[in-house]
Design a protein around this ligand. Sequence first.
Ligand code: TPP
Ligand code: MG
Length: 560
Amino acid sequence: MTSKNNLRTGGQLLVDGLRVNGVDRVFCVPGESYLAALDAFHDVPEIQLVVCRHESGAAMMADTHARMTGRPGVVFVTRGPGATNASAGVHIAFQDSTPMILFIGQVARDFLDREAFQEIDYRRMFGQMAKWVAEIADTARVPEYVSRAFYVSQSGRPGPVVLSLPEDMLAERAAPSDILAAKAVEAHPGEADMKELAQLLGKAERPLMIVGGGGWNAGACDDLRAFAEANALAVAVTFRCQDKFDNSHACYAGDLGVGPNPKLLQRVRESDLLVVVGARLGEMTTVGYTLIDIPKPKQAFVHVYPGPEELGRVYQPTLAVNAGMKAFAAAVRAVKVGQPKWRQWTKDARADYLAWTKPPKIPGRVQMGEIMDWLNERLPADSVVCNGAGNFATWANRFYRYRSFASLMGPTSGSMGFGLPAAVAAKLADPKRLVVVFAGDGDFMMTGQELATAVQYGADIVVLVGNNGMLGTIRMHQEREYPGRVCATDLANPDFAALARAYGAHGEVVERTDQFAAAFEAAVKSGKPAVIELRLDPEAITPMATLSGIRKAALEKAKA
Ligand SMILES: Cc1ncc(C[n+]2csc(CCOP(=O)(O)OP(=O)(O)O)c2C)c(N)n1
Ligand SMILES: [Mg+2]
């Protein structure tokens, strides 16, 4: 980078630090608080700066970029409102254990602590949802902070870090020496750990492996699959981690998430050994912490986790292994017990999964089950399916067969609006892959403006909008708890296909099942981002239950 007498601005030092760390794409909404950093990007064409329409979208894109590439996602936003908007994506990255670095422009150092224009103390603001938050007070120390951000975000349990950048610090010049690229630090399992795991497995009759969390890559998933295969182990995944284990594999038993298969829950209860790899076993995975005894599980319990802070936090493990996913998977690949005694148990688990994922018929002219069957045939195994939150996402969560690593971008935080920005980043990261979003009508409108970003950068994604004219998930809960007392859940929606066309995207409307295939193929062929509105019968509130049925059952229960 150009410099006067070896002096570089804080902005230049920062961007050089990103370049050294192999960053090739940064997501941002610009602000006057970090002009010196923006200016430094001007000289570094190898880093693409993607300008987004809202900071939540920018942060969600950075999260997905990290999941796709295995390297920290980088996002730049302005102070105050930029930071508060970005916080949606920071929380997602925290709960998903995604490495992310959020840079925030800050007021000048001589204004700090006066509540200057848009001033926030980011250490306090992000304290609970970032791994580390710091403010760089000295231009000469920019390389040190950037380097540490790359280490912290990737090491142990990965997650977001936040660096605040006072604007005068960014503009000032200094001449510190360059940094080297940071390398993620991953704990390795000890030999004794692997031996004990093999012994526990040797004693088991009904073992179940549960896989989830962050820090995975395709190689680690491969190694784990080889271990499961060699030992005929039944494998379940946690909420929104279906892409960690090939769903078409004979060992795959389904996911523990929202609305899980009761037979899988029963299997967890009946198991005599749980091997939990990378998952925290949070509320969503454990039916509100009721599935496994706390603090002492009744089964033998092996917990493998990249950060020691989670081991023994809720569950007392028989064997706690502090190891990164790649290191653990590489080591466990070689573990083989003699003749597994549980082959039938694993076969039964697979049969339960297959029965559970036969799509049902629903009310109305758009049969989502048939559409899911069609998509399972049509989408290549490496397609990326993205979603946010809402009942519409259930179709993708339960009935789609994820067959490769990073084929699912869904927030374990259950944050609406994640799917569309995630899809944009996924498509930019790997344009060869087909990228499909499952969004409800409410969900789509949360970050729908990033369709403009998709058009601007040529991210040709296909967005399926399940339009039922309501925030259906909440309506469902209302009808269960307060039957007939509908409140704040109806939506008056735009014409989604026309809206898409106004953005310069392709728009389709599907009112009957038989229109779907043609609409999908036209969307893919359009050479543009595309939105397909699926007009759903509001009665079809979940794949298995109707709206009036839920209300009726709740009214009857109230009478009894
Ligand atoms: C950011 C955010 N706000 C609110 C919620 C609570 N919430 C969960 S699902 C949902 C409704 C989703 O509606 P829609 O996208 O239309 O999908 P549907 O349930 O109707 O299929 C809401 C409001 C949330 N999960 N995330
Ligand atoms: Mg809806």
